[in-house]
Design a protein around this ligand. Structure first.
Ligand SMILES: Cc1ncc(COP(=O)(O)O)c(C=O)c1O
Length: 400
């Protein structure tokens, strides 16, 4: 048998370590224990029926062969129209490349534009695929962090400014941020846009959670002057329409980059699943009541969870208007508990209470000077009564 030694590049490829948390939770449940799943950003709400029906109809209508690499024209046009309406930018279908999920946009954006040795600024704590793809594709990953403030997490502007070198070419920005739920105010977003223009950076704006919001209005950095020509948006149906497993998203940006990204589609998957694209079209153009109902449900859960978290002695949390995550500071409990590290702290909670969550370390390497402990609680996959029950157990354990 040929020896199974991975290619050298694989040593640079990261992963989503949060999936290991799922394995622990599954193993614990398999032993017959109750588990309260707060660890994965998946949604336990069904896809709205009009979307399901559109997929079924597309299959019956024979939309089962290959589709164009960039996506079916109707869906590209609908995505462009939707993004243009929400962001006040005149997109048309030539600016859209349909993707099997939002995630592929990250690697394809970098593959399309980044050369080895180019430096990329990216959020940490943040979605772990940024760092994985930057390093896999031989870029240099330069993390930037956030400061907790009374009004929410704010970009560490000094750190961003100090990280720039003559080789910095890219900025990855995740407004409505996973895991922090951070959202820029106008001043912060304008500062970041000015920064990108001043240093002539390409921006990947990950807007996977743009429509998961409970009050106010989402804004995008692409809407600011000078940004349209340097920004690629990552958008997805996944969270917005409870379609995580369908795999549907898009890259939206300047035509030359989008053309390259579509050429990468040809090489990688040929096209996004054909009939799913008709479901995606119905999602955008059809009845929105399923989306609105889902957001109402998530808001109820958020409020239930926030109240329960705040009732635990020594835990503090800021409650964002976006995403379906809370990112509480559990430093006091951690110290009381005497845990060796965040992994031990997490497993202790799972085994004593059944509550399963990710910790700060699942979202990138800790940076010098970080001395607080955080966990991420996702409320997209657990109903309000179970949230109450799980958090009641956690409170009893952590306060004991
Ligand atoms: C910040 C962020 N970007 C992108 C994605 C990828 O989403 P998709 O399931 O559409 O690939 C996720 C999924 O959790 C996410 O949290």
């Amino acid at each position: 048998m040929a020896s199974m030694e991975s290619a050298a590049r694989i040593s640079h490829l990261g992963t989503e370590t949060a999936f290991a948390v799922s394995d622990d939770a599954r193993a614990w449940a398999a032993k017959g224990h109750p588990v309260y799943p707060f660890h994965l950003g998946d949604i336990n709400i069904p896809t709205p029926p009009n979307i399901v029906e559109a997929a079924a109809k597309a299959i019956r209508d024979g939309k089962t062969g290959y589709a164009p690499a960039a996506g079916i024209p109707e869906l590209r046009a609908a995505i462009a129209e939707d993004a243009a309406r929400d962001r006040g930018v005149p997109f048309s279908m030539e600016h859209v490349s349909v993707q099997p999920g939002g995630k592929p946009v990250i690697g394809k954006f970098l593959m399309a534009l980044m050369n080895p040795g180019d430096e990329v600024l990216y959020p940490n704590p943040g979605y772990p695929i940024y760092e994985s793809q930057i390093q896999f594709l031989e870029g240099v990953a330069r993390p930037y962090g956030y400061d907790p403030t009374p009004t929410g997490f704010r970009l560490k502007r000094d750190e961003i400014a100090a990280s720039v070198t003559p080789r910095t070419r890219f900025l990855i920005y995740n407004n409505a941020q996973n895991p922090l739920g951070a959202e820029s105010d106008d001043d912060e977003m304008q500062w970041l846009a000015d920064f990108a223009v001043r240093h002539n950076l390409w921006v990947l704006s990950d807007e996977a959670y743009f429509h998961i919001r409970y009050s106010g209005t989402s804004t995008s950095i692409v809407s600011l002057p000078g940004m349209r020509e340097r920004t690629v948006l990552l958008t997805a149906h996944s969270k917005r329409y409870a379609m995580t497993g369908w795999r549907l998203g898009a890259a939206i940006g300047p035509k030359p980059v989008i053309d390259v990204i579509s050429r990468l589609n040809v090489n990688q998957e040929s096209c996004t699943n054909h009939f799913v694209q008709y479901a995606g079209l119905e999602a955008l153009r059809g009845d929105q009541s399923g989306h609105h109902q889902m957001v109402r449900t998530l808001k109820d859960r958020r409020d239930t969870l926030a109240a329960a978290v705040r009732a635990i002695r020594g835990v503090t949390v800021r409650v964002p208007d976006v995403t379906f995550y809370l990112y509480p500071d559990v430093t006091d409990v951690f110290r009381r508990n005497g845990s060796a590290d965040s992994q031990a702290f997490r497993l202790d909670a799972l085994q004593k209470t059944g509550v399963s969550f990710c910790s700060r370390d699942h979202f990138g390497r800790r940076q010098p000077g970080e001395d607080r402990e955080y966990i991420r609680l996702a409320y997209s996959g657990i109903d309000s009564d179970r949230i109450r029950e799980g958090l009641g157990r956690l409170k009893a354990h952590w306060e004991a």
